[in-house]
Write a new protein. Structure first.
Length: 476
């Protein structure tokens, strides 16, 4: 392990790395179930067989992409089909159905063709270090601001969309918006009804008790504080679920299937590309779709890598991360594998920050997470009993910690302050790291030009800003 991952050189050990990998996995295990839900309309579009195929593709692509991150880049980052990108993929599939009249599965296979092309493009760009040059073109102030902006985004996820319950009509109600957003508890209670209101209260109690446990343990410098806090929060929720909701916390385990659905994946998604169907939407539309996916994925990945690496002190004074090429190549391989097996774009997950906060510093953290993703092919029911508020506690804590990066920003320099302020607002609102960086780049470029510093802006920064302007106003 020492020779392979250089643990001593990175100031870590096997125990810390294993705990970090497990912590990362627990904060992002939700993707195993949520991704097939989003891509198949909770099993409605394409039926249970497509859901099974996407579920298996999610586990496989996450494991393989993260394995690559472990061995090629020796970084503690994990990968999985990206949130936001999967929702966009589902919209694209629906649009292809509407335009061409093909079935959902045929349209799904056409959309997989887009992801394959994207992955192959990124492999080429990564090998020739073009993606690395794009990272270096991002001004230092923006790169320093990515970590705290991601922190705000994690806070928003932890307090909002990650901890939501559904009423009798299937309407989502989120902890931050519906519980804390209403002036009186009665408004939330009326909207949710008795049982679901109790569930929302249990969510709030669980998340904050888990958060306080994590903070207390971290203050005492106890190894694995985030993981221990998540486990404690899970126990609290399970107890509340049994006592106050009258539900069996482990009911999903009783009738669960433990065998991977390899047959469904082989029949529906494994190397099932439909290029002819894709071209039925027109060459221009197909190209625009590919470009859009590439831009969103590129800057989501860049932002996550730079932001999380910054928190782990893995970047130099110029804001560059060693082995960035290998990390980006791993991401590209993950996306290509995802396309071949049957899921949307695979990207580096911001939840990797949970493992970094525990002390993960090498590829052994990523390897641990990858093994757990691979195991999910056989033990997926266990991931379904991890309660959302338990992971929310970890996300809130990590989000707060990442705000410390703001002290590196020169707030007397408007060329730094404005782009960072825009990212702090844009990332949580849009739910996209890439969109936040894009708005920051546009803001930086305009303020540099308006203050007479146009010559200090690199040509590539101008090009990137222009591309984002085109995307925001013409392609969205």
């Amino acid at each position: 392990m020492e020779k392979l991952f250089k643990l001593k050189e990175n100031g870590t050990n096997v125990k810390t790395e294993l705990i970090a990998g497990l912590s990362t996995f627990m904060t992002m295990a939700y993707i195993i179930i949520l991704n097939p839900n989003l891509l198949t309309g909770f099993g409605a579009d394409g039926g249970q067989s497509l859901w099974n195929a996407v579920f298996l593709a999610t586990a496989l692509s996450s494991a393989i992409g993260t394995f690559c991150m472990a061995f090629l880049a020796n970084k503690p980052f994990a990968m999985a089909p990206g949130m936001g990108l999967n929702s966009f993929f589902a919209v694209v599939v629906t649009n292809i159905v509407a335009i061409t009249g093909m079935t959902y599965i045929e349209s799904f296979q056409a959309a997989l063709s887009i992801i394959l092309v994207e992955g192959l493009i990124f492999i080429v760009l990564s090998v020739f270090k073009i993606r690395e040059k794009i990272v270096q073109a991002i001004p230092l102030g923006i790169r320093l601001g990515i970590a705290p902006a991601i922190g705000i985004m994690l806070l928003n996820i932890g307090l909002g969309s990650n901890a939501g319950v559904y009423d009798a009509n299937g309407q989502a109600h989120y902890m931050l918006k519906d519980f804390f957003g209403n002036l009186t508890p009665s408004l939330t209670q009326d909207a949710l009804g008795g049982t679901e209101y109790k569930r929302m209260v249990l969510y709030v109690i669980t998340a904050f008790l888990g958060l306080f446990i994590i903070i207390a343990l971290a203050h005492k410098k106890i190894t694995g504080s985030v993981l221990i806090g998540m486990i404690a929060a899970s126990v609290i929720y399970w107890a509340g679920q049994a006592i106050f909701l009258g539900e069996d916390p482990f009911a999903k385990l009783k009738d669960a299937s433990w065998m991977p659905p390899f047959g469904d994946m082989a029949d529906l998604t494994l190397f099932k590309f439909n290029f002819e169907g894709l071209l039925e939407i027109g060459w221009l539309s197909a190209i625009l779709m590919i470009v859009t996916f590439c831009m969103i994925d590129m800057f989501d990945t860049i932002g996550t890598l730079v932001g999380t690496a910054s928190r782990a002190n893995m970047i130099d004074e110029e804001g560059n991360m060693p082995k960035m090429k290998e990390a980006l190549l791993s991401d590209s391989i993950g996306t290509t594998v995802g396309a071949c097996t049957g899921t949307s774009t695979v990207t580096t997950f911001v939840e990797s920050a949970a493992g970094v906060e525990v002390g993960g510093r090498t590829g052994l953290t990523a390897l641990t997470t990858a093994v757990l993703f691979a195991a999910c092919m056989f033990i997926s029911p266990i991931t379904q009993i991890i309660p959302a508020p338990a992971t929310s506690a970890a996300l809130i804590y990590v989000g707060v910690i990442m705000l410390a990066g703001l002290k590196k920003i020169d707030f007397d320099d408007m060329t730094q302050m404005l782009p960072v302020a825009l990212m702090l607002i844009a990332m949580p609102i849009s739910g996209s790291i890439g969109h936040g960086i894009g708005l920051g780049l546009i803001g930086y470029t305009f303020i540099m030009v308006l203050t007479g510093k146009a010559k200090k802006v690199s040509l590539l920064t101008y090009v990137l800003s222009l591309l984002f302007i085109v995307k925001f106003f013409l392609v969205v």
